[in-house]
Design a protein around this ligand. Structure first.
Ligand code: SAH
Ligand code: SF4
Length: 345
Protein backbone atom coordinates (compact mmCIF):
# COMPACT_ATOMS: atom_id res chain seq x y z
CA UNK A 1 0.00 0.00 0.00
CA UNK A 2 1.18 3.51 -0.68
CA UNK A 3 -0.90 6.50 0.34
CA UNK A 4 1.92 8.97 0.92
CA UNK A 5 0.80 11.02 -2.10
CA UNK A 6 -2.91 10.98 -1.20
CA UNK A 7 -2.85 14.52 0.20
CA UNK A 8 -1.06 15.79 -2.89
CA UNK A 9 -3.63 14.22 -5.24
CA UNK A 10 -6.53 15.66 -3.26
CA UNK A 11 -5.01 19.11 -2.88
CA UNK A 12 -7.23 21.93 -4.03
CA UNK A 13 -10.33 19.75 -4.02
CA UNK A 14 -13.27 20.45 -1.71
CA UNK A 15 -12.74 19.06 1.81
CA UNK A 16 -15.54 16.52 1.47
CA UNK A 17 -13.54 14.71 -1.23
CA UNK A 18 -10.77 13.80 1.17
CA UNK A 19 -13.30 12.56 3.71
CA UNK A 20 -15.03 10.56 1.00
CA UNK A 21 -11.83 8.86 -0.20
CA UNK A 22 -10.58 8.23 3.34
CA UNK A 23 -14.00 6.80 4.22
CA UNK A 24 -13.86 4.36 1.31
CA UNK A 25 -10.44 3.20 2.48
CA UNK A 26 -10.70 3.26 6.28
CA UNK A 27 -14.40 2.77 6.94
CA UNK A 28 -15.65 0.58 4.11
CA UNK A 29 -12.28 -1.08 3.56
CA UNK A 30 -12.55 -0.84 -0.22
CA UNK A 31 -9.45 -2.37 -1.81
CA UNK A 32 -9.58 -0.90 -5.29
CA UNK A 33 -9.97 2.74 -6.43
CA UNK A 34 -12.06 1.48 -9.37
CA UNK A 35 -14.76 0.46 -6.92
CA UNK A 36 -15.12 4.01 -5.59
CA UNK A 37 -17.83 4.73 -8.12
CA UNK A 38 -19.07 7.95 -6.57
CA UNK A 39 -15.70 9.60 -7.31
CA UNK A 40 -15.17 11.36 -10.65
CA UNK A 41 -13.42 9.03 -13.09
CA UNK A 42 -10.41 11.30 -13.61
CA UNK A 43 -9.84 11.40 -9.85
CA UNK A 44 -9.96 7.62 -9.67
CA UNK A 45 -7.39 7.43 -12.45
CA UNK A 46 -5.12 9.89 -10.70
CA UNK A 47 -5.39 8.00 -7.42
CA UNK A 48 -4.54 4.76 -9.21
CA UNK A 49 -1.52 6.35 -10.76
CA UNK A 50 -0.10 7.98 -7.61
CA UNK A 51 -1.27 5.68 -4.82
CA UNK A 52 -1.78 1.99 -4.19
CA UNK A 53 -4.26 0.15 -2.00
CA UNK A 54 -2.69 -3.26 -2.41
CA UNK A 55 -1.23 -4.68 0.77
CA UNK A 56 1.59 -7.15 0.17
CA UNK A 57 1.72 -9.62 3.03
CA UNK A 58 2.53 -13.17 3.88
CA UNK A 59 0.08 -14.79 6.29
CA UNK A 60 0.82 -17.30 9.02
CA UNK A 61 -2.06 -18.96 10.86
CA UNK A 62 -1.58 -20.70 14.20
CA UNK A 63 -2.53 -24.36 14.66
CA UNK A 64 -5.70 -23.56 16.60
CA UNK A 65 -6.47 -20.62 14.30
CA UNK A 66 -6.77 -18.06 17.11
CA UNK A 67 -3.80 -16.07 15.83
CA UNK A 68 -2.93 -14.76 12.41
CA UNK A 69 0.37 -13.09 11.79
CA UNK A 70 1.04 -10.90 8.76
CA UNK A 71 4.53 -10.16 7.50
CA UNK A 72 3.88 -7.00 5.52
CA UNK A 73 6.28 -5.73 2.85
CA UNK A 74 6.54 -1.96 2.67
CA UNK A 75 7.19 0.01 -0.51
CA UNK A 76 10.92 0.22 0.18
CA UNK A 77 11.14 -3.55 0.73
CA UNK A 78 11.33 -3.39 4.53
CA UNK A 79 9.21 -5.92 6.38
CA UNK A 80 7.09 -5.45 9.48
CA UNK A 81 4.85 -7.69 11.52
CA UNK A 82 1.28 -7.34 12.67
CA UNK A 83 -0.73 -9.93 14.56
CA UNK A 84 -4.44 -10.60 14.91
CA UNK A 85 -5.52 -12.30 18.13
CA UNK A 86 -9.07 -13.59 18.27
CA UNK A 87 -10.51 -13.92 21.72
CA UNK A 88 -13.26 -16.31 22.65
CA UNK A 89 -15.44 -13.43 23.84
CA UNK A 90 -15.51 -12.01 20.31
CA UNK A 91 -12.82 -9.36 20.65
CA UNK A 92 -10.40 -9.14 17.75
CA UNK A 93 -7.17 -7.50 18.84
CA UNK A 94 -4.58 -6.30 16.34
CA UNK A 95 -1.01 -5.84 17.53
CA UNK A 96 0.84 -3.29 15.40
CA UNK A 97 4.45 -2.30 14.82
CA UNK A 98 5.48 1.36 14.80
CA UNK A 99 9.10 1.09 13.66
CA UNK A 100 11.21 -1.13 11.43
CA UNK A 101 13.40 -2.59 14.18
CA UNK A 102 13.97 -0.76 17.46
CA UNK A 103 16.95 1.13 18.88
CA UNK A 104 16.30 0.29 22.55
CA UNK A 105 18.28 -2.95 22.61
CA UNK A 106 16.42 -4.95 25.28
CA UNK A 107 18.38 -8.16 25.76
CA UNK A 108 15.41 -10.54 25.53
CA UNK A 109 13.80 -9.02 22.43
CA UNK A 110 14.26 -10.16 18.83
CA UNK A 111 13.34 -6.72 17.47
CA UNK A 112 15.91 -5.11 19.77
CA UNK A 113 18.62 -7.16 18.08
CA UNK A 114 17.85 -5.58 14.71
CA UNK A 115 18.57 -2.02 15.81
CA UNK A 116 16.50 0.76 14.24
CA UNK A 117 16.07 1.01 10.48
CA UNK A 118 13.38 3.69 10.43
CA UNK A 119 10.10 4.97 11.80
CA UNK A 120 6.86 3.94 10.13
CA UNK A 121 4.64 6.58 8.58
CA UNK A 122 1.11 7.06 9.85
CA UNK A 123 -0.28 5.21 6.83
CA UNK A 124 2.16 2.33 7.35
CA UNK A 125 0.88 1.86 10.89
CA UNK A 126 -2.73 2.12 9.73
CA UNK A 127 -2.01 -0.36 6.93
CA UNK A 128 -1.54 -3.09 9.52
CA UNK A 129 -4.96 -2.54 11.10
CA UNK A 130 -6.47 -2.20 7.62
CA UNK A 131 -5.01 -5.54 6.58
CA UNK A 132 -6.92 -7.31 9.33
CA UNK A 133 -10.03 -5.15 8.95
CA UNK A 134 -10.23 -6.37 5.34
CA UNK A 135 -9.44 -9.90 6.42
CA UNK A 136 -12.26 -9.95 8.97
CA UNK A 137 -14.68 -8.22 6.61
CA UNK A 138 -14.11 -10.91 3.98
CA UNK A 139 -14.50 -13.63 6.54
CA UNK A 140 -17.73 -12.02 7.80
CA UNK A 141 -19.09 -11.86 4.26
CA UNK A 142 -18.36 -15.52 3.73
CA UNK A 143 -20.10 -16.40 6.96
CA UNK A 144 -22.81 -13.76 6.46
CA UNK A 145 -22.11 -12.07 9.77
CA UNK A 146 -20.63 -8.63 10.03
CA UNK A 147 -20.83 -7.29 13.53
CA UNK A 148 -18.54 -9.81 15.18
CA UNK A 149 -16.02 -9.64 12.35
CA UNK A 150 -14.42 -6.30 13.11
CA UNK A 151 -11.20 -5.17 14.67
CA UNK A 152 -12.27 -4.26 18.21
CA UNK A 153 -8.91 -3.54 19.92
CA UNK A 154 -5.49 -2.29 18.88
CA UNK A 155 -2.29 -2.62 20.88
CA UNK A 156 1.04 -0.97 20.06
CA UNK A 157 3.05 -3.99 21.14
CA UNK A 158 4.67 -5.08 17.90
CA UNK A 159 8.07 -4.03 16.63
CA UNK A 160 9.44 -0.71 17.81
CA UNK A 161 9.07 1.83 20.58
CA UNK A 162 5.90 3.97 20.22
CA UNK A 163 7.30 6.94 22.16
CA UNK A 164 10.07 7.32 19.55
CA UNK A 165 7.50 7.71 16.78
CA UNK A 166 5.10 9.71 18.92
CA UNK A 167 3.36 11.89 16.33
CA UNK A 168 2.61 9.08 13.90
CA UNK A 169 1.43 6.83 16.73
CA UNK A 170 -0.92 9.53 18.03
CA UNK A 171 -2.11 10.31 14.50
CA UNK A 172 -2.93 6.61 14.14
CA UNK A 173 -4.77 6.59 17.47
CA UNK A 174 -6.92 9.50 16.30
CA UNK A 175 -7.75 7.79 13.00
CA UNK A 176 -8.61 4.55 14.80
CA UNK A 177 -10.74 6.47 17.25
CA UNK A 178 -12.52 8.58 14.61
CA UNK A 179 -16.19 7.67 14.18
CA UNK A 180 -15.88 8.35 10.45
CA UNK A 181 -13.16 5.74 10.10
CA UNK A 182 -12.33 2.72 12.25
CA UNK A 183 -14.44 3.89 15.20
CA UNK A 184 -12.46 1.97 17.84
CA UNK A 185 -12.94 3.42 21.34
CA UNK A 186 -9.82 4.92 22.95
CA UNK A 187 -10.30 2.56 25.89
CA UNK A 188 -9.74 -0.29 23.44
CA UNK A 189 -6.37 1.04 22.33
CA UNK A 190 -3.17 0.35 24.31
CA UNK A 191 0.27 1.88 23.97
CA UNK A 192 3.21 0.00 25.41
CA UNK A 193 6.53 1.66 26.19
CA UNK A 194 9.85 0.53 27.62
CA UNK A 195 9.76 3.65 29.80
CA UNK A 196 10.63 6.80 27.87
CA UNK A 197 9.40 9.44 30.24
CA UNK A 198 9.10 12.38 27.83
CA UNK A 199 6.56 10.34 25.87
CA UNK A 200 4.65 9.31 28.99
CA UNK A 201 4.46 12.97 30.06
CA UNK A 202 3.21 14.04 26.64
CA UNK A 203 0.61 11.27 26.58
CA UNK A 204 -0.71 12.46 29.95
CA UNK A 205 -1.55 15.81 28.31
CA UNK A 206 -3.48 14.36 25.35
CA UNK A 207 -6.76 14.03 27.22
CA UNK A 208 -7.31 10.59 25.69
CA UNK A 209 -8.65 7.50 27.42
CA UNK A 210 -6.10 5.14 25.82
CA UNK A 211 -4.43 2.51 27.99
CA UNK A 212 -0.81 2.90 28.95
CA UNK A 213 1.31 -0.22 29.38
CA UNK A 214 4.83 -0.14 30.74
CA UNK A 215 7.43 -2.85 30.14
CA UNK A 216 8.92 -3.14 33.61
CA UNK A 217 10.21 -6.72 33.64
CA UNK A 218 12.25 -6.24 36.85
CA UNK A 219 11.71 -4.52 40.19
CA UNK A 220 15.26 -3.22 40.85
CA UNK A 221 17.63 -0.98 38.90
CA UNK A 222 20.32 -3.60 39.04
CA UNK A 223 18.21 -6.32 37.46
CA UNK A 224 16.35 -4.08 35.05
CA UNK A 225 19.53 -2.36 33.95
CA UNK A 226 21.03 -5.72 33.07
CA UNK A 227 18.30 -6.53 30.54
CA UNK A 228 16.98 -3.09 29.49
CA UNK A 229 19.55 -0.42 28.54
CA UNK A 230 16.85 2.29 28.85
CA UNK A 231 17.10 1.90 32.63
CA UNK A 232 20.49 3.66 32.63
CA UNK A 233 18.84 6.83 31.34
CA UNK A 234 15.60 6.55 33.29
CA UNK A 235 16.08 4.55 36.48
CA UNK A 236 13.08 3.14 38.30
CA UNK A 237 12.68 6.04 40.71
CA UNK A 238 12.24 8.55 37.89
CA UNK A 239 10.07 6.16 35.91
CA UNK A 240 7.71 5.33 38.75
CA UNK A 241 7.44 9.02 39.73
CA UNK A 242 6.44 9.84 36.15
CA UNK A 243 3.91 7.00 36.12
CA UNK A 244 2.42 8.15 39.42
CA UNK A 245 2.02 11.66 37.97
CA UNK A 246 0.43 10.11 34.89
CA UNK A 247 -2.08 8.29 37.07
CA UNK A 248 -2.88 11.47 38.99
CA UNK A 249 -3.56 13.29 35.76
CA UNK A 250 -5.38 10.63 33.74
CA UNK A 251 -6.99 8.54 36.47
CA UNK A 252 -6.63 5.24 34.65
CA UNK A 253 -4.76 2.26 36.03
CA UNK A 254 -1.46 1.51 34.32
CA UNK A 255 -0.65 -1.94 33.07
CA UNK A 256 2.74 -3.24 34.13
CA UNK A 257 4.07 -5.82 31.70
CA UNK A 258 6.25 -8.35 33.41
CA UNK A 259 8.09 -10.92 31.33
CA UNK A 260 8.60 -14.09 33.35
CA UNK A 261 12.24 -15.04 32.79
CA UNK A 262 13.46 -18.20 34.48
CA UNK A 263 16.08 -17.55 37.16
CA UNK A 264 16.09 -13.80 36.41
CA UNK A 265 13.01 -12.11 37.89
CA UNK A 266 10.56 -14.76 39.08
CA UNK A 267 11.17 -15.26 42.81
CA UNK A 268 9.31 -14.34 46.01
CA UNK A 269 11.86 -11.63 46.63
CA UNK A 270 10.97 -10.03 43.29
CA UNK A 271 7.35 -9.93 44.48
CA UNK A 272 8.40 -8.18 47.71
CA UNK A 273 10.34 -5.58 45.73
CA UNK A 274 7.50 -5.05 43.27
CA UNK A 275 5.11 -4.44 46.15
CA UNK A 276 7.48 -1.80 47.53
CA UNK A 277 7.86 -0.10 44.17
CA UNK A 278 4.27 0.03 42.94
CA UNK A 279 0.92 1.00 44.44
CA UNK A 280 -1.79 -1.60 43.90
CA UNK A 281 -4.33 1.17 43.45
CA UNK A 282 -2.48 2.61 40.48
CA UNK A 283 -0.98 -0.39 38.74
CA UNK A 284 -2.03 -3.86 37.72
CA UNK A 285 0.31 -6.56 36.52
CA UNK A 286 0.26 -8.52 33.34
CA UNK A 287 2.52 -11.55 33.51
CA UNK A 288 3.90 -12.44 30.09
CA UNK A 289 5.12 -15.87 29.17
CA UNK A 290 8.44 -15.54 27.40
CA UNK A 291 8.61 -16.59 23.78
CA UNK A 292 12.22 -17.78 23.71
CA UNK A 293 14.24 -15.79 21.18
CA UNK A 294 17.66 -15.59 22.75
CA UNK A 295 19.72 -16.34 25.80
CA UNK A 296 16.81 -16.46 28.23
CA UNK A 297 14.38 -19.19 29.14
CA UNK A 298 10.76 -18.84 30.21
CA UNK A 299 9.89 -19.29 33.89
CA UNK A 300 8.55 -22.71 34.73
CA UNK A 301 4.77 -23.07 35.04
CA UNK A 302 4.70 -23.64 38.84
CA UNK A 303 6.92 -20.57 39.37
CA UNK A 304 4.56 -18.38 37.37
CA UNK A 305 1.60 -19.69 39.35
CA UNK A 306 3.31 -19.03 42.67
CA UNK A 307 4.45 -15.58 41.57
CA UNK A 308 0.89 -14.69 40.63
CA UNK A 309 -0.52 -15.96 43.91
CA UNK A 310 2.03 -14.01 45.94
CA UNK A 311 1.20 -10.80 44.07
CA UNK A 312 -2.50 -11.38 44.60
CA UNK A 313 -1.89 -11.89 48.29
CA UNK A 314 -0.34 -8.42 48.29
CA UNK A 315 -3.60 -7.10 46.86
CA UNK A 316 -2.53 -6.63 43.22
CA UNK A 317 -4.77 -7.36 40.29
CA UNK A 318 -2.83 -9.78 38.10
CA UNK A 319 -3.64 -10.89 34.59
CA UNK A 320 -1.72 -13.35 32.54
CA UNK A 321 -1.17 -12.92 28.86
CA UNK A 322 -2.56 -15.95 27.21
CA UNK A 323 0.00 -17.45 24.90
CA UNK A 324 -1.21 -16.76 21.41
CA UNK A 325 0.25 -18.02 18.22
CA UNK A 326 1.99 -21.22 19.04
CA UNK A 327 3.84 -22.50 16.01
CA UNK A 328 4.03 -19.15 14.20
CA UNK A 329 6.73 -17.32 16.17
CA UNK A 330 4.34 -14.72 17.50
CA UNK A 331 6.78 -12.78 19.68
CA UNK A 332 7.49 -9.37 18.26
CA UNK A 333 10.27 -9.32 15.71
CA UNK A 334 10.61 -13.04 15.41
CA UNK A 335 9.55 -13.31 11.81
CA UNK A 336 11.12 -10.15 10.49
CA UNK A 337 14.46 -10.90 12.11
CA UNK A 338 14.38 -14.43 10.84
CA UNK A 339 14.12 -12.95 7.41
CA UNK A 340 17.16 -10.80 8.02
CA UNK A 341 19.03 -13.79 9.35
CA UNK A 342 19.88 -12.18 12.65
CA UNK A 343 17.60 -14.54 14.52
CA UNK A 344 19.51 -16.04 17.42
CA UNK A 345 18.06 -19.49 16.70
N1 SAH B 1 8.71 -1.22 22.64
C1 SAH B 1 7.54 -1.32 23.40
C2 SAH B 1 6.40 -2.03 22.70
C3 SAH B 1 6.72 -3.25 21.89
S1 SAH B 1 7.24 -4.68 22.74
C4 SAH B 1 7.84 -1.98 24.74
O1 SAH B 1 8.92 -2.49 24.92
O2 SAH B 1 6.97 -1.91 25.62
C5 SAH B 1 5.74 -5.29 23.48
C6 SAH B 1 5.97 -6.20 24.66
O3 SAH B 1 6.51 -7.47 24.25
C7 SAH B 1 6.96 -5.63 25.66
O4 SAH B 1 6.48 -5.76 26.98
C8 SAH B 1 8.18 -6.50 25.43
O5 SAH B 1 9.01 -6.50 26.54
C9 SAH B 1 7.55 -7.83 25.13
N2 SAH B 1 8.46 -8.82 24.50
C10 SAH B 1 9.60 -8.59 23.83
N3 SAH B 1 10.17 -9.76 23.45
C11 SAH B 1 9.35 -10.74 23.87
C12 SAH B 1 9.39 -12.18 23.80
N4 SAH B 1 10.36 -12.80 23.17
N5 SAH B 1 8.39 -12.87 24.40
C13 SAH B 1 7.36 -12.23 25.01
N6 SAH B 1 7.27 -10.89 25.10
C14 SAH B 1 8.26 -10.14 24.54
FE1 SF4 C 1 12.31 -2.22 21.60
FE2 SF4 C 1 10.23 -2.95 23.12
FE3 SF4 C 1 11.89 -4.79 22.02
FE4 SF4 C 1 12.76 -3.24 24.02
S1 SF4 C 1 11.09 -4.75 24.14
S2 SF4 C 1 13.89 -3.71 22.12
S3 SF4 C 1 11.74 -1.32 23.56
S4 SF4 C 1 10.54 -3.42 20.94
Amino acid sequence: MNLEKLKEVLEGMPAFREKQVMGFIFKNFVEDFDEMLSLPKDLREKLKEKCSLKITAEEFISDNKDTVKALISLVDGEKIEAVLMRHEDGRNTVCVSCQVGCPMGCAFCATGKMGLTRNLTLFEILEQVLFFARYLKKEGKEMQVRQSRMVTNVVFMGMGEPMLNYDNVMGTVRMLNDKNYFNIGARHISISTCGLIEGIKKLAEEGLQVNLAISLHSPTDEKRGAIMPVNAKYPLKVLVETLNDYYEKVGRKIMVEYLMLGGVNDTGEDVEQLAKLLSKERFFLNLILYNPTGNFSPSRGPNVKKFKELLEKKGFTVTQRYRFGRGIKAACGQLATEDKEVSPH
